[in-house]
Design a protein around this ligand. Structure first.
Ligand code: ASP
Length: 313
């Protein structure tokens, strides 16, 4: 298999650009970064970058990570406010600092020093959703301290996972002409999250992992589950141990069954094996992912392998 880009379905706006970069001889890292940026800039997407739904207090906080499968270099940022393209900041963390993950004010300071521009990330549409969902439903929630009560957390969780599509993240994986694989993940996280909450997207091994020798995986869905089960790394590790891509995906999904979690939710994984074959899995039916090889004019949209909670695949 030659060059390929794989993405979560909301990567539609960026996959063509990512493939153009690969065709022009660009690196997998350039391709996944460019594809991700277009989703971050897509105002219609309420789960990534500008237009993302905010945290409990109405602030948009972004998480992102990027990884290169040659040498396992990676960079990530979490809880970044005011910078529209966290994936590019994550890449600079990878290339310019002896660190992997910067959070909050430190990440913003580094972004400023690196010359990134700031922008208002809360669109009027997202502000209105936030106001309509939180005002009146939880009228006493003036301060984050209110979140400490478990039963209120449950209400909050229900609000966040309702059909307003309060979750969402973008995943991009690519394999370039040299055979190098790269992966990128970006999100505004779980809507109405507790301020400062980081999900799986900026955690290497949880929401993002990539190793040229075995393949790559990235997640969307309830980040706390992917963190606890090290989901992206597990997919790649299972391939290292000899499983096929489909087996590795199913096994990583089955690992989630051990989690006791009153907020049990969606988990979706996109993956590539080392030869550049794509696949994806979900614990919900009717979800899709997209991919495009250099021989295709346009991306294909395919159903994900469904692995339900009782392990049926
Ligand atoms: N994985 C993201 C997070 O937990 C949210 C999502 O993909 O729905 O922050």
């Amino acid at each position: 298999m030659g060059m390929i880009v794989v993405a979560s379905a909301n990567g539609r706006v960026g996959i063509g650009r990512a493939m153009e970069i690969l065709r022009a001889g660009g690196s997998a890292l350039d391709a996944v970064e460019a594809g991700t940026r277009l989703v971050e800039d897509n105002l219609e997407d309420s789960s990534v970058g500008t237009g993302g739904l905010p945290n409990l207090l109405g602030d948009v906080e972004l998480d992102a990570s990027i990884m290169e499968g040659k040498g396992l270099r990676s960079g990530a940022v979490a809880g970044v406010k005011g910078y529209p393209n966290p994936i590019s900041i994550a890449r600079r963390v990878m290339t310019d600092l002896p660190h992997v993950l910067l959070v909050g004010a430190g990440a913003e300071r580094f972004a400023r020093e690196s010359g990134f521009h700031t922008a208002e990330l809360l669109t009027e549409a997202s502000r209105q959703v936030w106001e309509s969902r939180l005002a009146g439903v939880l009228p006493g929630w003036a301060t984050p301290a209110d979140v400490r009560y478990f039963d209120e957390m449950r209400k909050w969780s229900q609000l966040a996972t309702d059909p307003e599509k309060a979750g969402g993240t973008v995943n991009f994986l690519a394999k370039d002409r040299d055979g190098t694989i790269a992966s990128a993940v970006s999100t505004s996280g779980w809507a109405w999250k507790y301020p400062g909450r980081a999900g799986d997207s900026p955690i290497i091994g949880a929401g993002n992992y990539c190793d040229n020798r075995y393949g790559a995986a990235a997640c969307t869905g309830r980040g706390e589950m992917a963190i606890r089960a090290a989901t992206a790394r597990s997919v790649v590790l299972y391939m290292k141990l000899g499983m096929s891509l489909a087996e590795a995906l199913a096994e990583a999904m089955r690992d989630l069954e051990a989690l006791e979690d009153p907020f049990w939710g969606r988990m979706n994984i996109v993956a590539l094996d080392r030869d550049g074959n794509p696949a994806a899995a979900s614990n919900y039916p009717d979800t899709t992912y997209i991919y495009q090889t250099d021989g295709m004019d346009r991306y294909a949209e395919e159903p994900r392998l469904v692995v339900t909670r009782n392990g049926q695949g």
